[in-house]
Design a protein around this ligand. Structure first.
Ligand code: ZN
Length: 222
């Protein structure tokens, strides 16, 4: 089976075509050429609307999920658009953010492994760097926070954990309901002031629906 066909089955984006794949034995990597589909309009990265093409930049490499021990790179020459509203901007890509050299698919892949292994082990297992694992986790967490829905919180628990050497504490708040157990918030220290920031984060409307709070006898929490 052709690698490009495999990619079309799992990582397909309208408006873009996988043109070919080659093995680079010297670098133990697979390079895959990506190009825009003929007639497809680039999308402005500023307003996410299709826009007129302006010019092309130099080719960039985006790291994809490694396969059979080979690193995989998508090679793509990014275009700039002449957007009616935003002016000349670089195009938006559906598989990566402008700032990252890792594809979104690879960042999600690394972040999922980083939940099972330490970040160092994740980096070693996939022959990448600790920084790249860190970037992947950071991006996934940011995405999760931006798209988080608090919904109704009926019950939560608050507790502290000690970290580092000496008396350093974090305040953790968990939602503790039959159908939903999740970490809602982490705050520095275990003071009244730090805990108050949790209530500020969830807002008055969500606060009003809370029926149960589980806490130990730590005074600032009470
Ligand atoms: Zn625009």
């Amino acid at each position: 089976m052709l690698l490009t066909r495999l990619l079309n089955a799992c990582h397909h984006f309208p408006g873009f075509v996988y043109e070919g794949a080659r093995l680079c034995e010297a670098t133990q990597s697979i390079e895959i050429d990506v190009r825009p589909r003929k007639g497809s309009k680039p999308v402005c990265s500023c307003c996410n609307q299709p826009a007129r093409g302006y010019d092309s930049l130099t080719e960039r490499r985006f790291e994809f999920i490694p396969v059979w021990g080979f690193a995989v790179f998508l090679l793509y020459t990014m275009r700039r658009v002449d957007c009616r509203d935003c002016g000349v901007k670089v195009e938006a890509l559906p598989w990566a953010n402008g700032k990252h050299t890792l594809t979104r698919a690879y960042m999600i892949f690394l972040a999922q492994w980083a939940r099972k292994l330490s970040w160092k082990e994740t980096a070693q297992s996939f022959r990448t760097s600790w920084e790249k694992v860190f970037n992947a986790v950071e991006w996934v967490v940011d995405w999760g926070l931006a798209h988080r829905e608090l919904g109704t919180i009926r019950a939560f628990g608050v507790d502290e954990i000690q970290y580092g050497r000496g008396h350093k504490y974090l305040t953790l708040v968990y939602q503790i309901e039959a159908g939903c157990t999740r970490l809602l918030w982490v705050g520095q220290e275990r003071t009244k002031e730090s805990f108050a920031k949790f209530f500020a984060m969830i807002g008055e409307q969500v606060c009003e629906k809370v029926e149960f709070v589980c806490s130990d006898m730590w005074k600032p929490y009470l």
